[in-house]
Design a protein around this ligand. Structure first.
Ligand SMILES: Nc1ncnc2c1ncn2[C@@H]1O[C@H](COP(=O)(O)OP(=O)(O)OP(=O)(O)O)[C@@H](O)[C@H]1O
Length: 239
């Protein structure tokens, strides 16, 4: 897990993709969505992945976050092949994902969603209780104590999205993945979330990888990657 950093920023590769291809197949057809992708994601860096609808961004995220295995190639964390490390071990100990559809536990409050994730992953805050840490993180994403105590089904879509973000932050991971995390948020709240991602990368050394269609997010990330026709390329900004 990520050690909480106070001044220096962690650097160095966290995740490597070598010759990664992915094909979906059913009885009628095979669709190759990702083609021979080589890429390194570094610690302390905030990445965005852009690309047209259907270009494979969510597929790439699900492979990199250990939800699925590529049909070809290897993905390694800290030099270790995820298949050898174990996908569930990787997901529990090193990576967290903010899903497009939040995946919250609908019978729980916002606060319970965050504390339960901490219990499952075994995260203990350096000071104070899990509950206090969860309330702090919920406040950080703009949810007050009243909202924290509400069942998540009684929160708006944008508020549920913030619970999902707080839950991912609570897991104190090396790599944070997010699929359209600002899609349901107004511009000001989106900006706060972008700043949280920047702080996580630059102050705690987390590798943050965000799939988005938002230029607001992309322009504030450190590196922009574009997925098109199965290939991943880096976009170099003109200065
Ligand atoms: N489980 C699946 N079985 C078959 N095809 C799939 C499956 N999941 C995705 N696809 C196809 O793979 C392609 C890439 O899908 P993916 O969801 O990764 O794209 P995306 O870039 O995230 O799209 P969007 O921006 O619209 O969310 C699409 O053509 C999609 O129909």
């Amino acid at each position: 897990m990520t050690a909480v950093m106070t001044s220096a920023t962690a650097t160095g590769p966290a995740l490597r993709l070598d010759g990664v291809s992915h094909t979906y197949a059913d009885q009628r057809r095979r669709t190759t969505v990702l083609k021979n992708i080589d890429c390194t994601f570094e610690r302390g860096t905030f990445y965005t992945i852009l690309g047209p609808s259907g270009s494979g961004k969510t597929t790439l995220l699900s492979l990199a976050s250990g939800l699925d295995a590529p049909t070809k190639g290897t993905i390694s964390f800290d030099g270790q092949d995820l298949m050898k490390l174990g996908l569930s071990r990787y997901r529990n100990r090193h990576a967290a994902t903010i899903f497009q559809h939040y995946n919250l536990l609908t019978y729980m409050t916002a606060l319970q969603n965050v504390t339960t994730a901490m219990e499952i992953t075994g995260v203990k805050p350096p000071t104070g209780s899990r509950r206090a840490r969860a309330l702090q993180l919920l406040e950080r994403v703009g949810l007050d104590t009243d909202m924290a105590r509400r069942n998540v089904m009684r929160l708006s879509g944008g508020q549920q999205q913030r619970v999902a973000i707080a839950r991912a932050l609570a897991c104190d991971v090396d790599i944070l993945f997010a699929d359209e995390p600002t899609g349901n948020l107004d511009e000001d709240t989106a900006q706060e979330i972008i700043e949280t991602f920047r702080e996580l990368a630059h102050e705690q050394g987390t590798c943050v990888v965000v799939v988005t269609h938002s230029q607001q997010v992309a322009t504030q990330s450190d590196r922009i990657l574009t997925l098109r026709k199965g290939r991943l390329t880096e976009h170099h900004r003109s200065r």
